[in-house]
Design a protein around this ligand. Structure first.
Ligand code: NDP
Ligand code: MG
Length: 382
């Protein structure tokens, strides 16, 4: 029997991390967990470590500086993520942490040449120009974000020059049919109630404002090396089709599947193979249920989507500023310090107020995220 694929999973305690570990647990003959990392949730990380037989545990920001867990090699600090991807035992690194902490480890993993499954979108949006050139071979960097996984699977085997446009789909979030007036009264609790996906709080709010879809358009531009005008998004309320690719002969391929993060996780983990998930009890979508209805996104009702599209078109400092400003604005909204509609106003204020130049290094790009955050904090406090 071929040896197992030895994995490191960053963001193991999160929602995508859970989907990844669910797949690994269903196929113990294929996957072996070598290392698990999170930010600070020591209890959950240790429980996962025991359940999945990990050898190494890592907390990037442990609450207790002397944190140790019996039976494991324990590492701390963000530098430890790089140490893990350099470990010769690790063959495949899964980036399912949130934020930009793991960018350096992502670069090191690609440079070392191991396989990478990438759910984290912030790192590619902020650091795409310093990450994508490090990809060594087709299939090394595998998107886990469901829409990008869909496009990636649709364009597999096609030549770049045969591809004309791609589309990502959006469920439209809980407010897709709201009027401008109704949107002014949205509460954090309502925005946290996503109709289709169960996800972390930050990305759930980004899904309600459609900022998530705008950020995903930038992510797609980076991952597939496409200009803004060839990447768009459509509202597809049933969330059955996740992404589409049109080729130069007018043919469109689309990927339809249940809305379950375990599917894109499995596609990335097992590429170029497919795992028999249905045999393991994951239900298929029956043809009688298929629904192919799509509509455009109203940029007036969803100004966050428009701001992200504009940041993607402008490039330079704007994607990183947008990511930082959005993180801050969403935190203020969740604490009920600003309204739902203020999220877009705050981010717009940050982007319009920027007077600097484009980043010329990764350090400058990540500093821009902080600058975007600080500028948004400032506006929120006013
Ligand atoms: P969660 O909030 O559920 O989990 C975040 C994970 O990252 C936790 O393990 C957390 O550790 C860890 N983490 C948080 N901050 C840091 C940090 N500064 N350094 C290192 N680790 C950190 O997030 P999601 O699972 O929803 O999302 C994870 C990533 O995947 C995001 O980039 C998101 O945009 C992307 N994504 C998510 C999707 C989803 O369906 N949820 C879909 C597609 C992409 P701890 O528990 O200790 O805080
Ligand atoms: Mg997505």
């Amino acid at each position: 029997m071929a040896s197992k694929i030895r994995l490191a999973v960053f963001g193991a305690t999160g929602s995508v991390g859970g989907a990844v570990l669910d797949i690994c647990a269903r196929f113990p003959e294929i996957f072996e967990i070598t290392a698990l990392a999170a930010r600070s949730d020591a209890k959950k990380l240790a429980a996962l470590g025991r359940r999945h037989g990990a050898k190494i545990l890592c907390l990037t920001e442990p609450k207790d500086k002397g944190w140790r867990e019996e039976g494991f090699t324990c590492l701390t600090g963000r530098g430890a993520l790089s140490e893990i991807v350099e470990n010769p035992e690790v063959e495949h690194a899964v980036f399912a942490s949130s934020g930009t902490t793991a960018i350096e480890a992502l670069q090191r993993a690609l440079t070392r040449g191991i396989d990478v499954s990438l759910a984290n979108k912030e790192s590619i949006v902020v650091a795409g120009p310093w990450v994508m050139p490090l990809v060594k071979r087709a299939g090394q960097l595998r998107p886990v974000d469901s829409e990008h996984s869909a496009v990636w699977q649709c364009i597999e085997g096609a030549e770049k020059k045969e591809l004309s446009r791609i589309w990502l789909t959006a469920s439209g979030g809980p407010f897709r049919d709201y009027s401008a007036e109704e949107l002014e009264r949205v509460t954090p609790a309502a925005a946290l109630n996503h109709p289709v996906w169960r996800m972390g709080a930050k990305i759930t709010i980004d899904s309600a404002t459609l900022m998530n879809k705008g950020i995903e358009c930038i992510e797609a531009m980076q991952l597939f090396a496409l200009p803004s005008e060839r990447v768009s998004a459509l509202i597809h309320p049933r969330s059955q089709v996740h992404g589409m690719a049109e080729f130069t002969d007018g043919t469109v391929r689309l990927l339809l599947s249940p809305a379950d993060m375990r599917l894109p996780a499995a596609a990335a983990l097992a590429w170029p193979k497919r795992l028999p998930l249905m045999e393991k009890g994951l239900p298929p979508l029956e043809p009688e249920q298929w629904d192919l209805s799509f509509r455009g996104i109203d940029e007036k009702l969803f100004p966050c989507f428009a701001l992200a599209r504009e940041a993607g078109r402008a490039g330079g400092a704007y994607p990183a500023l947008l990511v930082g400003a959005d993180e801050s604005a969403v935190e203020h909204f969740l604490r009920a310090e600003i309204s739902y509609c203020d999220i877009a106003r705050v981010i717009s204020g940050v982007l319009e107020g920027y007077r600097g130049s484009a980043p010329s290094s990764l350090e400058e790009a990540t500093a821009l995220v902080e600058e975007g955050r600080a500028a948004a904090d400032e506006i929120c406090r006013r």
